[in-house]
Ligand binder design. Structure first.
Ligand code: AMP
Ligand code: DBH
Length: 546
């Protein structure tokens, strides 16, 4: 495997530097600067724990030395699977300081995903919470060691101070005072983010110090993030949206305060907003609906909240219209992707733009193309495929030739897979997806990946997974299944999927057993066409019975 690299052609890199986007700042330098200029300001709030910038910096440096003392070498990858806990920050900034590259797994991932990420990144270590959100990660860690031979260390957050029988190290033991390397090259890859992906398992996204820091520094300007910002991380901290748009990283860059919510529900988040005087947060549309409903009867004071960002999936205009009257704050729509491009409606945009569009790009140098099926640009107002390249959009996935051939044009544009309309002011309206994935409350699920798991069930002959419109989730997943064994029940299929060690959100919401997949007189249909037909059939059937 080659070392993670991200390469913009030199002419582009020179342009991005000259324009002042890439400033040579690195993650270690970012935290060092804050620890020097505002050592006593609170950086992280996690329950009763409040870490200052000084403390976060000290912890990160101690972990950096600790990771190196384990024999990890700069450039190696470390799989990080942590929930919304303060240690996420001391660990990732510790890794940055040691020149190690975090690979971000979601806390919801299970063995199937984590083993895939560990193998693809050749991770040398794995860091997880011992328990988080009711899940015990120790059995997962044991199984992972068997599946990922390159893994040399397992570090547990919240574990006992003595290394246990498995040889897992408690994070508190991963500290040291040894020498630390020079800061990394700002043009080098800082970490690997993951994509939801429309085909197969998650892909690894190499992001550099230069490009990522630019994306959240510029986001701060657009979103009004300053040292007085109190950002509530309600979504999982490993997600790209709450990480960088502008998210917790943007907030730390500005010297603000990050408050961690252990769950995004109104019951958990509202008291935190009131107690910490939260000014900014970001949600996926289904959560925004829940918050708006709960706000009408809440006793908690939400008046500190200035802006609610909504993104990850399309926010319906009817819902967008109600944000201010129910939550008493401004709405900002965010349409982004872990591969790069992020669009925002601006805080001073007219209501029509904020309610009806998903905004426009961060950078004057974000190139946006909207093209037809043949790749020809379409006029403004006409739906087409969104292609993009720019100063913080990757040119390639990590070590994945096939995906790179599919996902990038020869001149370096990323094929987002989104169908959008570009409006005359430059704002984009997301119309849907060209690919076969399900956007379930902002979690992207690959139809192909779920079908592969279904086909592992001997009682199943064939399966097709489609996105169904859903009033709460936006989209839910529906698996059409042809049984090999007569009498197979939907509940049995779901139980089988729950036993597959996959993220729970990938278990199909609905299972429909069918006798056959219709083919046309012309013979075989493509998977894509088949999925579209099954979906239309079910929608029509549900309308009839409604
Ligand atoms: P990923 O590549 O896994 O980071 O997922 C990014 C994808 O999420 C985008 O390409 C869109 O399909 C979807 N997405 C993100 N934000 C929005 C939004 N505001 N409206 C509609 N779709 C969105
Ligand atoms: O869905 C996403 O991946 C996303 C949404 C909003 C994202 O990565 C982002 C903003 O940066």
């Amino acid at each position: 495997m080659s070392a993670p690299r991200q390469t913009w052609p030199e002419t582009f890199a020179a342009r991005y530097r000259a324009a002042g986007y890439w400033r040579g700042e690195t993650f270690p330098a970012l935290l060092r600067r804050q620890a020097a200029t505002r050592p006593d300001a609170i950086a992280i709030v996690d329950g009763a724990r409040r870490w200052t910038y000084g403390e976060l910096h000290r912890r990160a440096e101690a972990h950096a030395a600790g990771f190196l003392a384990l024999g990890l070498a700069p450039g190696e990858r470390v799989l990080v699977q942590l929930g919304n806990v303060a240690e996420f920050f001391s660990v990732v900034f510790g890794l940055f300081r040691a020149g190690l590259l975090p690979v971000y797994a979601l806390a919801a991932h299970r063995l199937a995903e984590v083993a895939h990420l560990a193998r693809c990144s050749q991770a040398a270590a794995y860091v997880a919470c011992e328990h988080y959100a009711g899940f015990d990660y120790r059995p997962l860690a044991r199984a992972l060691r068997a599946e990922a031979p390159a893994l040399r260390h397992v570090v547990m957050v919240g574990g006992e101070l003595i290394a246990d029988a498995d040889g897992f190290l408690p994070l508190d033991a991963v500290t040291g005072t040894g020498p630390l390397p020079d800061d990394p090259d700002p043009a080098s890859v800082a970490f690997l983010q993951i994509s939801g992906g429309s085909t197969g398992l998650p892909k690894l996204i190499p992001r550099t110090h230069d490009d990522y820091i630019y994306s959240f520094r510029a986001s701060n300007e657009i979103c009004g993030v300053t040292a007085r910002t109190v950002y509530l991380a309600a979504l999982p901290v490993a997600h790209n949206f709450p990480m960088s748009s502008p998210g917790h990283m943007g907030t730390l860059h500005a010297g603000g305060r990050v408050v961690l919510a252990p769950a995004p529900s109104p019951e958990v988040a509202f008291p935190l907003i009131a107690r910490e005087k939260v000014t900014l947060t970001g949600l996926v549309p289904p959560l925004a609906l829940l918050w708006m409903q709960a706000a009408t009867t809440t006793a908690h004071d939400l008046s500190s909240l200035e802006v609610l960002q909504v993104g990850g999936a399309k926010f319906a205009p009817e819902a967008a219209r109600r944000v201010r009257s129910t939550l008493g704050c401004a709405l900002q729509q965010v349409f982004g992707m872990a591969e790069g491009l992020v669009n925002y409606t601006r805080l001073d945009d007219p209501d029509a733009v904020v309610i009806e569009t998903q905004g426009r790009p961060i950078s004057p140098d974000d190139e946006v193309l909207v093209v037809d099926d043949l790749g020809h640009p379409v006029p403004d107002g006409t739906p087409g495929h969104l292609l993009t390249r720019g100063p913080y959009t990757i040119r390639a996935y990590h070590d994945d030739r096939a995906a790179n051939a599919r996902s990038f044009t020869p001149d370096g544009f990323y094929r987002t897979g989104d169908i959008v309309r570009r409006l005359p002011g430059g704002n984009l309206e997301v119309q849907g997806r060209a690919g076969d994935h399900i956007n379930r409350a902002g979690e992207k699920i690959s139809a192909e990946e779920v079908e592969d798991h279904l086909l592992a069930y001997p009682a199943i002959f064939d399966a097709a997974v489609v996105a169904m419109p859903d009033p709460l989730l936006g989209e839910r997943s529906c698996a059409f299944v042809i049984a090999r064994t007569p009498g197979l029940k939907a509940s049995e299929v779901k139980a089988f999927m729950r036993g597959r060690d996959i993220a729970p959100f990938k278990v199909p919401d609905q299972v429909v057993l069918v006798d056959a997949f219709a083919t046309t007189a012309a013979g075989k249909v493509s998977r894509k066409e088949l999925r579209a037909r099954l979906r239309d059939m079910l929608i029509a059937r549900e309308k009839e019975t409604a």
